[in-house]
Write a new protein. Structure first.
Lengths: 348, 348
């Protein structure tokens, strides 16, 4: 198993990304190809020589390699334009390697729009999928929830939401081993008749699908763990993702402020530190490293910009699992029963 | 100042609603008219005789009255249908009293769709407003944030979002005294070009308005307190509202679980109880009682179904403040400079 890592993205720079790659190599035994500036990556890698040589299961020095690239699509750059123009960008070459079969998956913490654009350009869409998208993984009181789309497609039609449901179902199976994930349609009332025009159309399609569709779900259902897959357009999904992060941060900030107001509560906080650490672990985005890019003819993981080494390590693990569990084959199988919907790209 | 309270809605029943009305009468000196089943309300009121007679500023026994009604629009009933059919429903008669000038505002914790429908039927839309809606009040790290719409209008056009911005601005001024509220447009990227078709259209309108428009904001901006008014369609707004409630509850549930795992953390929790109580107070929906119904020719407050007496008391206070501060006049004044947009209802 060989995974390509775009080692030029992410808020913490190449050092952190390479550290994550080294952890993945040592822990899981996967091969990793780093893409980016030759000198930067060689220097970053040199610091990990001893660690790679002394992995518990033997030296892994030959498990990691560098494919030098000379360009980067920046975070603020127009994705389509950047990818089109920068032929030797780390993200574009990563998906070229995937197309050529040199690697089986790609992980990136860079510009997510550019990652999607590079994937579509180099490996293309999966047969029958009109719009690839990004799935997000949300912690809940029970099992993690897969939400799709979380930002790639802002104006959608019912068919797109139906396809998101198929893809996210296949992903939930491949990563979490849930054989029949419960699929909910994000809306503003539980009755099928409630919601906007998009949701009403999608409800009809999902009701007649082979998926385990449980109907409309609401904003309050994100964290209860009563649904495994939630479907929405990328505008709504992205707002929900960022609102969740923002609210969790705000609550922590408010609580910290309140806890620091008296000596008693400061002492109390010290005694409850383990509980907070456990809560942090349970809600840590780094556990899965990022969201999968679903609907392209290959495997890609889009990581959060502020991914640390652990997140990168886990993203590499997740990419490998999706390949091993043949997620894309499962998507194709599920699309077949809904023949009239698996129309050609742009024809929907 | 006389406010009508639909005393048949709410998860906790008429007892709780009447208790809230009594508090408002005693504390603020407003008059309250209770609408609902005569016997139920007389019994509920009888329990508060002594309290009303002994208000700090003298007896308020004559400040509260009952207007008996025989019907109720249920929580699961179709709002339009229910309001049309049930001519003697508490919510419809409440807005009739408003129309007749018998009361200056209406508060309801019942079916919010029915409250909106009854308001439009009895008092009508405010001149120039195409779609009345409901504003939500979110706690933030700084001042409260007003979000509109949080559920009344699911499929919107740019003009509707522009009008939401005008109405929410007037509300923010009237209730929080912010003279020039900063208005943000909820989207998925800060650049004006980012978002769906609706948001791009609204961005153009807001950019040329008299409002203090600061541009696109994201989901993470809900709780930072850097914006005073946030505009979105009712589908997105309702999901954000319920997601926020759900996430806060889930985090508390997870933390409680973690805190109960060891004796040390249990003791620690006891020492930090005040901090938690303060946090709860800072994020308590009851402080404003509910969200205003904006865009109808009168003043209405829609309360959360699970409103307690405190929430009802505060909703009555907020209704009176909106009347005193002539919020609707301010909306009309602001709509004037944007003449081409203040078209007739349904003409947009």
């Amino acid at each position: 198993m060989r995974i390509a890592l775009d080692a030029m993205g992410g808020d913490y720079g190449s050092q952190e990304l390479v550290a994550g790659a080294v952890q993945a190599v040592c822990e899981f035994g996967h091969q990793v190809v780093l893409l980016g500036d030759r000198q930067v990556l060689q220097e970053a890698l040199a610091r990990h020589r001893a660690q790679l040589d002394g992995c518990p299961s033997g030296s892994r020095l030959n498990h990691i390699s560098i494919v030098p690239t000379t360009q980067v699509v920046g975070m603020d750059e127009s994705p389509m334009e950047g990818v089109r123009r920068k032929k030797d960008s780390s993200i574009r070459v990563a998906f070229q390697l995937l197309h050529q079969g040199e690697v089986q998956g790609v992980v990136s913490a860079g510009n997510s729009g550019a990652t999607l654009a590079a994937a579509v350009k180099e490996v293309g869409r999966l047969q029958g999928i009109s719009r690839p998208g990004i799935a997000g993984i949300f912690p809940t009181l029970k099992k993690p929830l897969v939400v799709m789309d979380v930002g790639a497609n802002v104006d959608c039609r019912p068919q797109h939401l139906y396809q998101f449901a198929v893809m996210a179902t296949a992903f939930s199976r491949a990563l979490f081993g849930i054989e029949e994930p419960r699929v909910g349609l994000l809306s503003i009332g539980e009755e099928g008749g409630k919601g906007n025009a998009l949701v009403k159309g999608a409800h009809d399609l999902l009701s007649h699908s082979v998926l385990r569709y449980i109907g409309n779900v609401e904003g309050r259902d994100f964290f209860r763990g009563e649904v495994d897959v939630m479907v929405c357009d990328g505008f709504v999904g992205n707002i929900c993702l960022k609102l969740s992060e923002g609210l969790a941060e705000a609550l922590v900030a408010m609580l910290r402020e309140e806890l620091s107001k008296s000596l008693t509560s400061k002492v109390g906080y010290l005694l409850t530190k383990t509980a907070y650490a456990n809560l942090r672990r349970r809600t840590d985005y780094a556990e899965y490293g990022g969201g999968p890019l679903l609907g392209v003819d290959g495997t890609g993981i889009i990581c959060h910009g502020r991914s640390n080494a652990t997140a990168i390590k886990n993203a590499i693990r997740v990419a490998a699992e999706l390949v091993q569990n043949k997620m894309n084959d499962r998507i194709l199988e599920m699309l077949v029963p809904a023949e009239p919907l698996s129309v050609a790209p742009d024809g929907v």
